[in-house]
Design a protein around this ligand. Structure first.
Ligand code: GLN
Length: 451
């Protein structure tokens, strides 16, 4: 049924870069056969899922939304892919994304944009716009995203779906193409809080193949999602997450959510986290710096596309020509920014200062979590904007992640879930819930209570 739905609507939505009909049907049949034999089934047996095209899939193309990996067929599965298969999930295909997960609209995909199912002229968020659009257009009940600065939560917010960025290190990065390794985190996307929890439990957990993987039990997220409650909880509202640039309807729905939390028995605490004002600037030095280093491996020799390999160019020229042809403008902008910020003479002023700001943000969160159990905010300052509207203005695009980025810099956990439609445009608004590191279960407990 889901393959038929994809067939019927994805020409318009363009959520998928690759639909793996054969693979999906084979996985579904394998589940049926297991069931017929009376074998024990995985926890998500037969449930279809849309996988962001940043995770390697053995024998199935993985492009990261880039021309530089066009035609590359990975010889191995990411740890996350393996865990999905072990849970008997049916992987429908790979979803569209901003190239190398750099963007907030999916317009930076080398394979064309994805439409927001609520209004196809609007962006579905980014970088994981393919995954969020697949959920919102009922092409898949579950999806996977990755969140470096907001790429799970912002797409969830603008498509009226649920997205969770788990604690940094909770979900293995092995086989997840690296953008900014100290920030990147895979996580679950779904249409309900409980669905997200069921997927979270399957993909999280220690992986010896990822050196930053957390070696601790997965927080009880499913139990929390089944027992939503905020009674007696202290909920923080951060002063810095409102003001100029926030759409009136977004603030209205957010304020109503805070009222609802109060009615349900939460105590609201006002918080002042002044370092959050610097988060965006710090992020746009740290993320490009790490990206300039991570993307050095795309040299035209190891993977995917190669340009200028006609016997007339040196290896160095082939690398240069391949990168020139293979990377899109946003990726080039970031590699150049990062190379500059890391260069000797500028390192202290840019990368060094950004790391100091990162420490301040972590401390502001620590202080906040001495006073509250969770923090709430709008997920994004505005609802979905029009395709093309911010395409030529990187600064305007970067503002979409104003509320999501502090969490990535500090490494703690956050969720976005729908909290109504903005009155002025009828588009979905997201409520963000933020919890301390390894307290991911609190997101689900609060999320299930207000859903
Ligand atoms: N929009 C942010 C960026 O462009 C975040 C991307 C992400 O989380 N992958 O870097």
């Amino acid at each position: 049924a889901h393959l038929a739905r994809i067939e019927a609507v994805d020409e318009k939505v363009h959520a998928f870069l690759h639909v793996d009909c054969e693979g999906a049907l084979a996985q579904a049949r394998a589940v049926d056969e297991k069931r017929a034999r009376g074998e024990k089934l995985g926890p998500l047996a037969g449930v279809p899922l849309a996988l962001k095209d940043i995770f390697t899939t053995e024998g199935v193309p993985t492009t990261v939304g880039s021309k530089i990996l066009e035609g590359w067929i990975p010889p191995y599965d990411a740890t996350l892919t393996k865990r999905l298969k072990a849970a008997d999930v049916v992987i429908l295909g790979k979803t569209n994304m901003d190239e190398f997960a750099m963007g907030s609209s999916t317009e930076n995909s080398a394979y064309g944009p994805t439409g927001n199912p609520w209004d196809l002229t609007k962006i579905p968020g980014g970088s994981g716009g393919g995954s969020s659009a697949a959920l919102a257009s009922f092409q898949a009940p579950l999806a996977i995203g990755t969140d470096t600065g907001g790429s799970i939560r912002q797409p969830a917010a603008v498509t009226g779906t649920v997205g969770v960025k788990p604690t940094y290190g909770a979900v293995s990065r092995y086989g997840m193409v690296a953008f900014s390794s100290s920030l990147d985190q895979g996580g679950p996307c779904a249409r309900t809080v409980l669905d997200a929890a069921l997927l979270h439990e399957v993909i999280a957990g220690h992986d010896p193949l990822d050196s930053t993987s957390v070696d601790a039990p997965v927080p009880p997220v499913v139990e929390a999602a089944r027992n939503g409650s905020v009674t007696g909880m202290r909920v923080g509202v951060v002063k810095q997450f409102r003001g100029e640039g926030y759409q009136a309807g977004v603030i209205q729905r957010f304020d109503e959510s805070v009222e609802l939390l109060k009615e349900l028995g939460a105590e609201i605490v006002e918080l002042d986290c002044s370092s959050f004002d610097l988060a965006l600037s710090a992020y746009y030095l740290i993320a490009p710096s790490e990206c300039s280093s991570n993307l050095a491996r795309f040299d035209g020799l190891r993977y995917g596309a190669r340009t200028g390999d006609d016997g007339t160019h040196s290896a160095e020229e082939v690398t240069s020509l391949t990168r020139e042809a293979g990377f899109g403008p946003e990726v080039k902008r970031r590699v150049m920014l990062g190379t500059y910020a890391l260069s000797s003479g500028y390192y202290d002023a840019y990368y060094g200062s950004a790391q100091k700001v990162r420490t301040l943000i972590t401390r502001d969160f620590e202080k906040a979590f001495e006073q509250v159990d969770v923090i709430v905010s709008p997920t994004t300052p505005t609802t979905a904007f029009a395709i093309g509207e911010r395409a030529d203005d990187p600064m305007a695009m970067y503002l979409a992640d104003l509320c999501t980025i502090p969490t990535n810099l500090a490494g703690n956990a956050a969720m976005s879930l729908p909290c109504g439609l903005a009155p002025e445009d009828g588009l979905p608004v997201g409520l963000q819930i933020i919890a301390p590191a390894m307290k991911d279960d609190r997101l689900y407990k609060v999320g299930a209570a207000v859903e």
